[in-house]
Design a protein around this ligand. Structure first.
Ligand code: C5P
Length: 229
């Protein structure tokens, strides 16, 4: 069975507020997208890659792809749609038993150790799983007007990161069903949950941050340089 990597990179990244999509902003001298692909390649040099890119993407440079076996697939209106397109694009060359790791292009700080540990934890798991970390902060629910309505228990709450890894057949079916039923899925695990399955939580580093806001770029640079020391 092959190991597939699906990297959704078709977002516009408007919350960063830059002149270009966030995956193309420089992170310690290299585009975010190049950094993320380098990390994935370091962990899984033989994996096969599908990169979700917007059809009108004017920034992408194939020289940033270190994988020998790779293809691109068209982005969708939502992240989940981009992932569905990618799974459709690889289906002809894959089997339902192939493992697919989906990793946000905006998470360049994922470590090789976490990637390897995730794969080891899910390779024989009937459902699959995701990198995640227990919530450390006290959680507040607002009243819709900027004031606290309630404190929610953080007991048993986790932050969901990526990669998230599942068998191609199961994941395609789960995402397809979620789309058909109009269930909002912001990650692959939530589609699996909607199908009645319980993905495995694999404890990962908290510095696997997603570049979302402008200040995250500087933070990610500090994380990368600390990891290299
Ligand atoms: O915007 P956000 O950070 O939640 O996006 C998560 C990931 O999904 C990013 O890697 C982004 O490029 C990708 N994405 C996508 N297609 C979309 C929206 C987001 O591939 N339509």
């Amino acid at each position: 069975a092959s190991l597939w990597l699906v990297v959704p990179a078709a977002g516009q990244g408007r919350r960063v507020g830059a002149e270009r999509p966030k995956q193309y902003l420089p992170l310690a001298g290299r585009p975010v997208l190049a950094r993320t692909l380098e990390r994935l390649h370091e962990a899984f040099p033989e994996a096969r890659l599908c990169l979700c890119l917007d059809a009108d993407d004017a920034w992408f440079d194939p020289a940033w792809v270190p994988f020998a076996d790779w293809r691109r697939s068209p982005g969708g209106a939502e992240r989940a749609e981009s992932v569905v397109n990618a799974l459709d694009a690889i289906a002809a060359d894959a089997t339902d038993d192939d493992l697919v790791l989906v990793h946000d292009v905006a998470r360049p700080c994922v470590t090789v150790a976490d990637l390897t540990r995730l794969l080891a934890a899910i390779v024989d798991d009937p459902v699959g799983g995701l990198l995640a970390a227990p919530v450390a902060d006290t959680m507040k629910r607002d009243d819709g007007a900027g004031r606290v309505r309630a404190t929610e228990s953080r007991e048993g709450l986790w932050h969901a990161f990526t990669p998230q890894g599942f068998r191609l057949g199961l994941l395609r079916r789960a995402l397809g069903e979620a789309q058909a039923r109009g269930v909002a899925v912001t990650d692959e695990a939530s589609a699996m949950e909607a199908a009645g399955l319980s993905p495995r939580l694999v404890s990962g580093r908290r510095d696997n941050l997603k570049i979302t806001h402008p200040e995250d770029l500087a933070l990610a640079e500090r994380v990368l340089s600390a990891q290299q020391r």
